[in-house]
Write a protein that binds this ligand. Structure first.
Ligand code: ACM
Length: 617
């Protein structure tokens, strides 16, 4: 009988273990499952290394309660009991890197070993994922040993809070959710043509005027007419310096660093309209609109590189930013600078002559290098978008490489010795839609499926080992033109930031698309919903393609999904498909103008995503 019980328990745990094996995101370096389980119950004691207790304790307490319903007793220091405890232990172990950890779950105890706070926090987040989903009260956590270290120390996400302002509470919620996936950098794009989003005490107009714009709700972004001076400016918002301090302090407890971006000299309409003295004063402004952009193109959005006032002004901004943000980095933008106004300015021409600048790219370099000096004076490292490489470059800066194709900053920057952060617009711009455009909410007419984010390799194969070592990491970037609401913003973030988290954290050898997709389906979609996150299921949407064969009066239909291991069923008679409908096995022919409906189904016969609907004409 005992033997039987033993076998049953082995069977039970090996079933749990099997489910566990595929559900960690990001996938750890090594996971070894053992038989048996640790019984987490109301008697379990938690011990946290003294150095980290005060910060980690409230997080561990609230998250374990959220995940299990249990209120555990949390102690400071070493374990004082022999079994039934969870210990956070600070260790010196050469196999544990900065931010890394070891997680050992045995029948007696759970031990998280790390050498820094970040490792403790990350190990705890992995432990949370090891706890079976949806438990209330005591539960068995399968035994396992996890060794885990990050691939990159820059595991970022960009929030564009300029195009549409996002509240402090919303940002904090996303820090909470994404730090659980080991994202450790929040890059806040705080300024752009459509709004200046941070209080600068020296320059109150930046938020009095620059943070507010005229309303154009319901009008497509690219078709919006510029605002007039008379219109009320009701759309916008900004973070006070107290708000920023609150965000930074909260982020720190979750191993997240906040990187501020002040985007100059282009993308500066909100800046220029707040302080028009920043515009080249020798240009005729009789036809220039000095209102915050409402969407679409923003002409005359560039500040003047030929006026000393520009540098004095920006020094004032950068001083306050440097004081406020503890990060060693300040991002100064530098992207997509429209130089047409500079070309009209005699002041710019004179500056170029005086400084032997050959062209307007060198004029941009002149500007960027002066800003670099201002940033360095604050003992900070400047980050610029890869356009700052043009002209004479900016030695000593860090490059954020976004362009691809005919531009190759992902190669040029590390080859020229620059520390480089990859956020490829082809692989990591999650503002692009994530499923067939006919099925997705409004966005740019460009698709970035989850699998493309997931399969991205941020270190180009062409780099030598030394050049590759300059790649600091990877970042998913969410530009905000098309995401006015929190629901839509989250929809774009999830699950693609989880894919990016795995690209940024995991060793490529342990990555596996099928495992990742399965982990989402069986665990993380539910985990995210439990956090009240609006997560997209577009991974499961069927992509339709068809051509009309006029000779035979037929539509030839081809269906595809990025998800693997499921079946597509379709109809052409207007009925919603079920597993009783036609199973897709390859391209097929039907009458043109038929209404095609297709969906993806799992082995249990459940529809996974939305039903794709398209008229074949
Ligand atoms: C960018 O996408 N302009 C950085």
């Amino acid at each position: 009988m005992n033997k039987l019980l033993f076998f049953i328990s082995i069977l039970f745990f090996s079933i749990v273990v099997k489910a566990q094996e595929n559900t960690f995101i990001p996938q750890p370096e090594s996971v070894v499952f053992n038989t048996g389980g640790f019984n987490l119950n109301s008697g379990t004691q938690v011990y946290i290394a003294s150095k980290y207790n005060s910060v980690l304790e409230p997080i561990v307490a609230s998250e374990l309660t959220k995940d299990t319903g249990l209120s555990l007793f949390i102690n400071k220091g070493k374990a004082k009991v022999n079994s039934n405890y969870i210990l956070f232990e600070k260790v010196k172990d050469p196999s544990i890197d900065a931010e890394g950890y070891k997680l050992e779950i045995t029948p007696d105890k759970v031990v998280i070993k790390a050498k820094d706070y970040a490792g403790m926090f990350n190990g705890f987040q992995t432990l949370r994922q090891a706890i079976p989903l949806g438990v209330r009260g005591a539960t068995a956590i399968p035994c396992m040993i996890i060794t885990d270290n990050p691939r990159f120390h820059w595991r970022g996400v960009l929030f564009d809070v300029s195009r549409h302002f996002q509240t402090k509470e919303f940002v904090k919620k996303q820090i909470e959710v994404l730090s659980a996936y080991k994202i450790n950098i929040f890059h806040l794009h705080l300024t752009d043509d459509q709004g200046w989003r941070i209080e600068i005490k020296k320059y109150p107009n930046l938020t009095k005027k620059g943070a507010w714009r005229a309303e154009r709700d319901g009008i497509a972004w690219w078709s919006r007419e510029a605002a007039t001076a008379e219109e009320p400016k009701t759309v916008g918002g900004f973070y006070t310096q107290e708000d920023i301090k609150e965000i930074i302090a909260y982020a720190k407890t979750r191993n997240v660093e906040i990187i501020p971006e002040i985007d100059v000299p282009g993308h500066s309409k909100a800046l220029v309209v707040s302080y028009p003295e920043l515009f080249c004063s020798d240009i005729d402004t009789s036809n220039v609109n000095f209102e915050v952009a409402v969407g679409g193109k923003a002409p005359n959005n560039t500040i003047c590189p030929a006026s000393e006032f520009t540098y004095e002004f920006l020094e004032g901004v950068i001083e306050e930013i440097a004081d406020l943000f503890p990060s060693k980095y300040i991002h100064i933008g530098g992207d997509e600078c429209n130089k047409s106004d500079w070309k009209k300015s005699a002041m710019c021409a004179q500056l170029m002559k005086d400084n032997d600048l050959e062209d307007y790219e060198e004029l941009q370099s002149y500007f960027i290098q002066r800003i670099h000096k201002i940033v360095k004076k604050q003992k900070k490292t400047m980050i610029g978008w890869d356009e700052v490489l043009s002209g004479n470059g900016v030695p000593g800066a860090t490059i954020m490489a976004w362009r691809r194709g005919k531009y190759t900053p992902e190669l040029q920057a590390p080859k020229k010795g620059y520390p480089t952060i990859m956020t490829s617009y082809l692989h990591s711009y999650i503002s692009r839609v994530q499923g067939p455009t006919i099925m997705e909410p409004e966005g740019p007419n460009s698709v970035l499926p989850l699998s493309v984010v997931y399969n991205h390799e941020p270190v180009p194969a062409e780099l030598t080992a030394e050049e590759a070592s300059r790649v600091l990491g990877n970042q998913a970037s969410l530009w905000g033109e098309f995401t006015p609401t929190e629901e839509h913003f989250e929809y774009m973030l999830y699950p693609r930031t989880l894919a990016s988290a795995e690209v940024s954290w995991s060793n490529p050898k342990v990555k596996n698309w099928e495992r990742f997709q399965h982990a989402l389906e069986t665990s993380h979609f539910e985990r995210l919903k439990n956090e009240n996150v609006n997560v997209a299921q577009s991974l499961f949407t069927v992509y339709p393609a068809f051509g009309i064969d006029q000779l035979h009066d037929k539509a030839i239909v081809y269906l595809e999904t990025e998800a693997v291991g499921y079946d597509i069923y379709y109809t052409t008679d207007g009925e919603d498909p079920t597993v009783e409908a036609n199973k897709y096995t390859g391209d097929f022919r039907v009458k043109p103008k038929s209404l095609l409906k297709a969906g993806l189904f799992n082995k249990e016969g459940e529809l996974l995503g939305e039903i794709t609907e398209v008229r074949l004409k």
